[in-house]
Design a binder for this molecule. Sequence first.
Ligand SMILES: [Zn+2]
Length: 326
Amino acid sequence: MPTQRALLVAVLALAAFAPTLLGAAPARADWIVEQLSNAAPGMSGETRVGRQEMHATEGRVLIVDKDAGRWAGIVRLDERKVYELDMVKKTYFERPFSYYEKHRSRRDREHADIRRRWRNESDDRVKESMKAEMIKSGIAPDGKTVAQLERTGETRQIGPWAAERVIVRENGKVVFDMWVTRDLPRPEPVFALYRGIGLFAPEVVGKTDAIDGFPIAIDVRIDVGGPFAGSQHAEVIRVREVDEIPKSTFEIPDGFEKVDPPKSEGEGVKVTGEAPPGATIACAHCKKVVSEADAIYFLNPLERFKKYPVCSDECKKGFARSLKKR
Ligand SMILES: [Zn+2]
């Protein structure tokens, strides 16, 4: 389900281009930034690139679909909320930042669970291959998160800006792959958004803090499972400094009706990557059919943590045992 994740990434990507976005900076011009990105609600998020426009003032961002005018998103740092607007139906829903933090915590618990199974594995050969798979998957056997900042020295001209490629990794896996220019000021405030929204490890944010320049193009890979797993691309095509944008720009327009957030992305939804909301799934162990929402998952470390739906903890254990025998 790319919708919410994609919008969020669009906002994150765009936010990188708004130097005044979050900081307690002295009053200065606001920003309107145009970008091309494959991140947007309802899009696959993988291929189609759309034109988007961001309006940014301190602590507030509005991002709008410039192709068809179908959607818009608002990030409010003062409220710690993200709003997604359907401009055609004139409806909106909201998510607190804590929603994203919860997804990251859940991924952390999954990783802890994998580490526990690895430590308790008695077969040395299985243990060895588990370890290799864990490292490949960016799961540190010692549980430590290590982030790296790599200045590649590769350079490229992007529009009017000369940029250098900079990569940030978490336990070896790429999180940010950016082209950074020093022709524009460093966007201090954006990193506060990364930290505030809870999708990135503090170690990763620490490395992005050390980036010396302004990211003009970004590939960001969010790996927290659920609706927030995937990579998105954004590239700036125009940056305009403008006089103060009216605060009302960052409010829900009159006449918009509040709706519930999409269920498929709600709390308690199990990660599948495949099953649509409301679908039924056969337990991988006992074959009993359960609803997608009731399934739990066994992640097989020997298949790069491929997910198998099971109906209960008992079946999870049973399935793990049966896989081992195979
Ligand atoms: Zn079962």
